[in-house]
Design a protein around this ligand. Sequence first.
Ligand code: VTB
Length: 331
Amino acid sequence: MTDLVVTENQIIERILTLELVRVTERAAVASARLRGHGNEKAADQAAVDAMRRELNRLPIEGTVVIGEGERDEAPMLFIGEKLGTGRGPKVDIAVDPLEGTTLCAKDMPGSIAVMAMAQAGTLLYAPDVYMEKIAIGPGYPKGIIDLDASPEDNVAALAKAKGVKPNEITTLVMDRPRHEELIARLRKIGCSIRLITDGDVVGVIQCTEPEKTGIDLYLGIGGAPEGVLAAGALRCVGGQMQGRLILDTPEKVARAATMGVNDPKKKYDLSELASGDVVVAATGVTDGGLLRGVRFRGNVIETETIIYRSVTGTVRRIVAEHREMKKFHFD
Ligand code: VTB
């Protein structure tokens, strides 16, 4: 009986994989209409509304575990919000309807609409705090990088495993004052550093394809929710990642505890950030290294989406043409 239930859920999950494409597509299109308008809030809200509307159509019993904040501070897609028709598998939902709101508002590369769906209880319920992160792509011996090792040692270990010199390693770091020391130390050993202003979900994912992106290593501090979403994608393609929540006030420690985080200094491995079967979908809003942004061409809207499914390790890219005059209502 149990087996049957699991099998049914797996079939449903397989079908839902493609349904998630619709969800991120619509969020991306909604925010892309406000691309370059200098209004981060409006672009984010458009993505949130579209994502919520689509998620509520799915045959799932979903709970938002990573969302736009707590109920009182976010009108929709707040942590704990129930989504879906209520008839279907129990799933955790993590959303970042517009990852890189500033990038979208300024029409700069790299903003995406992204979400993950996983078996209930298997995603780290990350509060909206910072997270220290380290990530590399697949194909390396297990454990060669470590959040607690120095940047020099991590680069040296990675370089050795790759068969290159440390100065041939490229590290992706968010361009923030908090990374001044990290950047200086990486420069000292001759590392090349790709600085990004925002959007480290894509940043982390990009180190899984160094031949294509030129990025070998992600280091530094970004958002915790973004860390869990990126971990979901890495679960699918392989690679290694560790994260540690930065809970530097008693309030943050207490808030994290209510979300099940009992050890505020815990170093989470990839398999703890996203421990179960997970599907991650992302649609480009602005053009970027991972995805093309939304194109508005007369009556046709073109989107590009990538979906990661950890059960099978399948990565799909779906370029869709939506015809506005037909039944598609994106607003
Ligand atoms: C981080 C990063 C995100 O915003 O959360 C960042 O993970 C905010 O960092 O990808 P700061 O507080 O230093 O600005 C993003 O770049 C975009 O949401």
